[in-house]
Design a protein around this ligand. Structure first.
Ligand code: HEM
Ligand SMILES: [Cu+2]
Length: 540
């Protein structure tokens, strides 16, 4: 037992680290889900007193912060870590020890954040978890309004895990650029790898201003600097610019890996090569660039100039173009295909459907005048959960069903999978589709309770009941993960009849990945091997 623990604790193998990232992210997901559940219990009835207001503030802060930094990002690093070297025919990442260092920084950053819950008011204010929201607006974060150490835990926890993310993004980008196997030109890389490359570069660019802003905040709090202190000539809006220059592209850092997953799963389960590969690559690069010029759509109501609002409204809508290209290419891939609705494909289909809804409400919010009405309302909460659950989480589920056999050597159970799928998706729509309506009726977000008789009561109760349904769905998923590990059907090397290089190894892959470094001639190397009479390189 201890040798096993030791083996994992000191490992520098990209596959083990990938699994460690994903497992930690799943752990944090359950915690953040519990925090969300507590909030929804409180909001189920008007004038409820299940939670005191201060606790409510802590819960939405920790829920949002955890989901973004400790669930979304590490999931991306987990899948990228595990799969990228296998997909490009390499034996490990460029810097294996830096990789381990990045993982531990992420985990310790997360534990530091959660340490704030322990220990009562002693221990320099541990026991007062952060309560300033995941975007931590100044002047709320200044000493005047945030006494004690909760905001310091927020800043330091995210700072530490952010340094880990920077290291890992650098490592992955280097690996993809320098370690592709013979024959794998940029034009022959799996789309998954392309998206991860763009994502790593984007992460490097945007984590820098976030880190800078956090250091400035620490200077304000500990050294009497006044970057964000309006009383002393600082600017509160400066924080918002810094934060959202990170915060908006971060949404793409979360969603591009989800696109990466769909771009592998949809073709394999439609039995057709991906439609419009060059356009998919181009759209990805475009999304990366445009995402950096839209941040102020989070600041329409701050009081920037009309010219600024117009620019940011237009650039935000422009992002719908490359995103639309992607949706149409996935649909084009499915068109006329022999679709197999196994679990990964089911999740990707649900993703495409939900993401279209998220895109539509997103374009609505991009209209600055409309956003004046809906900013900070439940409509926004409904919108971004459609993005984050319908976009990110559904594809994470797809990925887990798709690659679980590669990682463990066993299939996940299809019957339990279907129960998980239908119950969870139904619960998701009950909660979050409904949530648009209290928003339209003027219910603000981040309130811990509300008066009866405003037309919000029944809608809120429905939202909260949907959470119970989602929780039941998740139970089937967790049970499936555990049970199939021992009792699942043995998978074999290539259970889905797929095309990328990871399926040419054993399940699980050997420690060195490939005995002989593969040589590829097309985007679907395994197809070429299986169909020597009709290989892809004849057409590409
Ligand atoms: C699984 C079901 C989920 C439920 C029931 C849920 C519920 C909630 C609730 C009630 C809030 C507070 C809204 C407010 O008063 O402003 C919230 C905020 C938030 N949620 Fe979720 N959530 C879920 C999943 C997720 C996921 C998967 C993500 C991201 C990956 C996410 C990201 C966020 C963020 C960023 C906030 C904003 C926090 C803040 O205002 O500081 N949530 N969620
Ligand atoms: Cu944004």
């Amino acid at each position: 037992m201890w040798t096993k623990v030791h083996e994992w604790a000191v490992t520098v193998d990209h596959k083990k680290l990938g699994v460690m990232y994903i497992a930690s992210a799943l752990g944090f997901f359950l915690i953040a889900g519990l925090e969300a559940t507590l909030m929804r219990i409180q909001l189920a009835f008007p004038n409820n007193d299940f939670l005191p207001p201060t606790t409510f503030n802590r819960l939405f802060t920790m829920h949002g912060t955890t989901m973004v930094f400790l669930v979304g990002m590490p999931m991306f690093f987990g899948f990228a870590n595990y799969l990228t070297p296998l997909m490009i025919g390499a034996r490990d990442l460029a810097f294996p020890r830096l990789n381990a260092f990045g993982f531990w920084l992420f985990l310790f950053g997360g534990l530091l954040l959660y340490f704030s819950f322990l220990g009562g008011d002693g221990l320099y204010g541990a026991g007062t978890a952060p309560d300033v929201g995941w975007f931590a607006y100044s002047p709320l974060t200044g000493r005047a309004f945030s006494r004690g150490n909760s905001t310091d835990y927020w800043t330091l926890g995210i700072l530490v895990s952010g340094l880990g993310s920077t290291a890992t993004a650098l490592n992955l980008a280097t690996t993809i650029i320098t370690m592709r196997c013979p024959g794998m030109t940029y034009g022959k890389m799996p789309l998954f790898v392309w998206l991860m490359l763009v994502n790593c570069i984007l992460s490097l660019v945007i984590l820098t201003p976030l880190t800078a802003a956090q250091v400035m905040l620490l200077f304000d709090r500990f050294l009497g600097a006044h970057f964000f202190d309006t009383q002393a000539g600082g600017s509160a809006v400066l924080w918002q610019h810094f934060f959202w220059f990170f915060g908006h592209p971060e949404v793409y850092v979360l969603i591009l890996p989800a696109f990466a997953i769909a771009s592998e799963v949809v073709p394999v389960f439609s039995r057709k090569p991906l439609f419009g590969y060059p356009f998919m690559v181009g759209a990805t690069v475009m999304i990366g660039f445009i995402s950096m010029s839209v941040w102020a759509h989070h600041m329409f109501v701050v009081g920037l100039s009309p010219a600024a609002n117009t620019f940011f409204a237009a650039s935000t809508m422009a992002i719908a173009v490359p995103t639309g290209i992607k949706i149409f290419n996935w649909l084009g891939t499915m068109w006329g295909g022999k679709i197999r609705f196994r679990m990964p494909m089911m999740w990707c289909t649900a993703f495409i459907f939900s993401f279209v809804i998220a895109g539509l409400t997103g374009v609505m919010l991009a209209i600055a005048a409309w956003d004046f009405q809906l900013s900070d309302s439940y409509f926004v909460v409904a919108h971004f959960h459609f993005v984050l659950i319908g976009g990110l989480l559904f594809n994470i589920f797809a990925a887990i069903y798709y690659w679980y056999p590669k990682v463990t050597g066993r299939m996940l159970d299809e019957k339990l999978g279907r129960l998980h799928f239908w119950i969870f998706v139904t619960g998701f729509y009950i909660t979050f589709f409904t949530m648009h309506f209290p928003g339209l009726l003027g219910m603000p977000r981040r309130i811990y309770t509300y008066d009866a008789g405003r037309g919000w009561d029944t809608l809120n109760l429905i939202c909260s009941l949907g959470v119970a349904v989602q929780a039941v769905g998740l139970l089937f998923f967790v049970w499936n993960l555990i049970r199939s590990y021992r009792k699942g059907e043995v998978a074999g090397d290539d259970p889905w009849d797929a095309w990328t290089l990871e399926w040419s190894t054993t399940s699980p892959p050997p420690e060195y990945n490939f005995e002989r470094i593969p040589v590829v001639h097309s985007r679907r190397p395994l197809w070429d091997l299986k169909h020597p009479q009709d290989p892809d390189w004849k057409y590409e």
